[in-house]
Design a protein around this ligand. Structure first.
Ligand SMILES: *Cc1c(COP(=O)(O)O)cnc(C)c1O
Length: 410
């Protein structure tokens, strides 16, 4: 993110509430005064003179150089994300995984030790468990819901704590402030993957985390169109750790996708609020069904970490995990009988989506690792969309009835 001085002076107002920031923050208008953010589909930039090019490369003039480094449309997205998160600086990336891997790898050296909560998005777990050791970074995976485990995993070379909360798919909630206190006491940093909570309902930086990452593919786009990601932190951390790594390894976001994500941010508060409300109604409905044996939803009082949810989250989540009474067949019968809810491993979308983690997103884990995470053969994860909640409930109700019919027929 670069400061070009052409931004709407009003866009940095810190008195604005999130919904206002999501519509206006970061906007930088061209000489035409366009209403919608301009899409700068360009790889590079031309200079007035050889001297101007020299000055720009020397950093004497802060114009754009090359879109792998920075681009005006991407810059607007980064600024808008900073305004939402309350972060000083950000780098937008081509996907959530580009954001996660950049945020972790840019600050690690061979010989360092990383502690991570074991309940991680599948690719995040691969980066920690498989990729990092290849480069001489030691890693320890723990049950992150117990703060004692973080303390006990610390070694003299521990540099980084990494966690996701709520976790995918069983929606465990980790005490971010507690983890940050333990990390900072030993001079380690905390990176939080905040995708499931969304930037509206949980503020890891305020809770003490040093770096926050998002897959913008999820709620920020929220309409199934493009991949994206973002890393947010202090200006100092970005300058010292991410700046060079980012420029020279090239995880940059396409300006077209940055524009799509800017449009996504305009409606993010409306969508997330409605999806969370729908998820809450669905979770309560599921909890009353005899054919559903377990419901995990961070907005319910019976959530295993309900006290932590109350302390650190402003609302539940757009996701629900639940078990259909029975086995894999019951979960498949239920999923196959749904008509409004679509089968897909994406989440945070306008369309309600359901996935069976044991055979899709978490199929690469061992049976023991799945059991540790509470992923049963009967577990499904539902991402509540923007449909009318009555239609969603009716759809779920008829699908549960179909499971019952299939069971009786067998
Ligand atoms: C989807 C997701 C990612 C990866 O994001 P992509 O945009 O798919 O690369 C990382 N972490 C979490 C929690 C996710 O849900």
């Amino acid at each position: 993110m670069t400061d070009f001085g052409k931004n709407d002076a009003q866009s940095n107002r810190d008195t604005w509430r999130p919904a206002t920031r999501m519509v206006h923050s970061g906007t930088s208008r061209s000489q035409f005064g366009e209403t919608s953010e301009a899409m700068y589909l360009t790889q590079g930039f031309v200079y007035e003179s050889a001297e101007a090019a020299e000055a720009r490369f020397k950093g004497e003039d802060d114009g754009f150089i090359y879109s792998r480094y920075a681009n005006p449309t991407v810059d607007m997205f980064e600024k808008r994300m900073c305004a939402l998160e309350g972060a000083e600086d950000a780098r937008a990336t081509a996907s959530g995984m580009a954001a996660v891997s950049a945020a972790l790898l840019c600050q690690l050296n061979a010989g360092d030790h990383v502690v991570a909560a074991r309940a991680l998005f599948g690719s995040c777990r691969w980066v920690v468990e498989t990729l990092m050791p290849k480069y001489g970074v030691e890693t320890t995976l723990i049950d992150g819901t117990d703060l004692d485990n973080w303390q006990q995993a610390v070694k003299p070379n521990t540099k980084l704590f990494f966690l996701e909360s709520p976790t995918n798919p069983t929606l465990e909630v980790i005490d971010i402030a507690g983890v940050a206190t333990i990390a900072h006491a030993i001079g380690a940093r905390v990176v939080v993957d905040n995708v499931f909570a969304t930037p509206l309902y949980q503020k890891p930086l305020e809770l003490g985390a040093d770096v926050v990452v998002y897959s913008a593919t999820k709620h920020i786009d929220g309409q199934g169109r493009c991949l994206g990601g973002v890393v947010l932190s202090s200006k100092e951390w970005i300058d010292e750790n991410l700046h060079d790594y980012f420029r020279h390894t090239g995880p940059s976001l396409s300006p077209f996708n940055a524009w799509t994500l800017l449009k996504g941010l305009e409606t993010l508060p409306l969508r997330v609020k409605q999806q969370t409300q729908n998820a809450g109604v669905i979770a309560d409905f599921l909890a009353d069904q005899a054919s559903v044996s377990r419901v995990i939803y961070p907005g319910r009082a019976d959530h295993p970490q309900a006290d932590v949810v109350r302390r650190q989250m402003a609302a539940g989540s757009t996701l629900i995990a639940f078990d259909i009474a029975g086995d894999k067949k019951a979960a498949f019968d239920f999923t196959n009988a749904l008509q409004v809810v679509k089968i897909s491993n994406n989440l945070g979308d306008a369309k309600s989506l359901i996935t069976h983690p044991a055979t899709t997103t978490h199929k690469n884990l061992s049976d023991e690792a799945r059991a540790e995470l509470g992923i049963a053969d009967s577990t499904v994860r539902l991402s509540a969309g923007l449909e009318d909640v009555e239609d969603l409930i009716a759809d779920i109700e008829q699908a549960l009835a179909a499971v019952g019919r299939s069971r009786r027929a067998a």
